[in-house]
Design a protein around this ligand. Structure first.
Ligand code: Q46
Ligand code: ZN
Ligand code: ZN
Length: 302
């Protein structure tokens, strides 16, 4: 196999692009995909500092690395979920990365905000772990960005993640989720920051290769609660399709974004207000996060 760019020995074959690259040209390809995503969806203005939500895994640290290399001003945000050794190790990876690049890393502890770490939240509320965790992450990301004065949060969601989410939403025809499925979600309220996913054009394998070639030290283990998650089952289905027909995930996601998504644009506006308890944006009187925190407080007190 030869590199498409220089004809040298290829380090990686990308079947869906029908191409192979040597290490330096793969890194160049990867960065171009990220900048293409940023420009196509006008993710950042030149004077903005980007808050990068990092989990310690390959995707979010690869994203942070590219943004720094491309000259963007950034700061990291680590959400400590309190999930045993997994959280401890992933936090260490993020701290080491931030220190080595001279970047600021903000840390938010879920246990402080919700009243208990994620495993306890699951036990006392009997809610699926990932649902309480996802709600807390979205809430804290927005709150932390507002508190520190950032207007945009970037996450490390890749093509595989996005295709799996889309698959799940289509399976259940969750039209609200289909409306929100986008590489860039604009702010619809002064207290809602923009959310962007600059890695949506790159597969999980590609982000792993990039992280490896760049020598990024990331946590390899998954969150212990990821195993039973339905998103993993959806990923496996798509992996099988990709195996027999390279480019399936890409066609599924990009076809949706380019041709189907406009049909799901909301016609009526949802009224957004500020939570009477915390002041963050919600559609009801009290936001879902405050309701969760309240339930945790009551159940852990008894
Ligand atoms: S961290 Fe949280 Fe994920 Fe772990 S508990 Fe589920 S949602 S799997 S990305
Ligand atoms: Zn090359
Ligand atoms: Zn609230």
């Amino acid at each position: 196999m030869k590199c498409r760019k220089c004809g040298g020995t290829a380090a990686l074959e990308l079947r869906r692009h029908n191409a192979a690259f040597c290490s330096p040209h793969f890194i160049e390809f990867f960065r171009k995909q990220v900048t293409e995503a940023i420009h196509r969806h006008r993710m950042f203005a030149p004077d903005e500092t980007i808050m990068v939500a990092v989990s310690g895994g390959k995707d979010s640290l690869a994203l942070w690395d590219v943004l720094i290399e491309e000259g963007y001003r950034t700061a990291g945000l680590y959400l400590d979920l309190g999930i045993f050794d997994y959280s401890k190790e992933s936090r260490e990876k993020c701290e080491a990365f931030a220190t080595s690049r001279g970047q600021t890393l903000h840390v938010e502890r879920v246990a402080e905000a919700v009243g208990a770490p994620i495993p306890t939240v699951q036990q006392v509320t009997r809610r699926p772990t990932c649902s309480a965790c996802g709600l807390s992450k979205r809430y804290l990301m927005n709150r932390a960005a507002l508190q520190h004065g950032y207007v945009v949060v970037a996450t490390g969601h890749n093509l595989d993640d996005e295709a799996a989410t889309l698959f799940g939403s289509v399976m259940h025809w969750q039209t609200d989720a289909l409306t929100r499925q986008s590489p860039a979600l604009a702010s619809t309220h002064p207290k809602l920051v923009r959310r962007v996913k600059p890695l949506y054009r790159l597969s999980e394998l590609e982000t792993a290769a990039y992280a490896f070639l760049r020598g990024i030290d990331y946590i390899v283990e998954e969150c212990p609660f990821a195993k039973g998650a339905t998103s993993i089952a959806h990923k496996q289905v798509l992996d099988r399709l990709e195996e027999t027909s390279p480019g399936s995930k890409h066609n599924f996601l990009f076809g949706f974004l380019e041709r189907a998504r406009p049909a799901f644009e909301r016609t009526e506006d949802v009224e957004l207000r500020e939570c009477t308890s915390c002041g963050q944006v919600t559609t009801g009187a009290v936001c879902a996060f405050c309701k969760l925190a309240d339930l945790v407080k009551r159940r852990t007190a008894s």
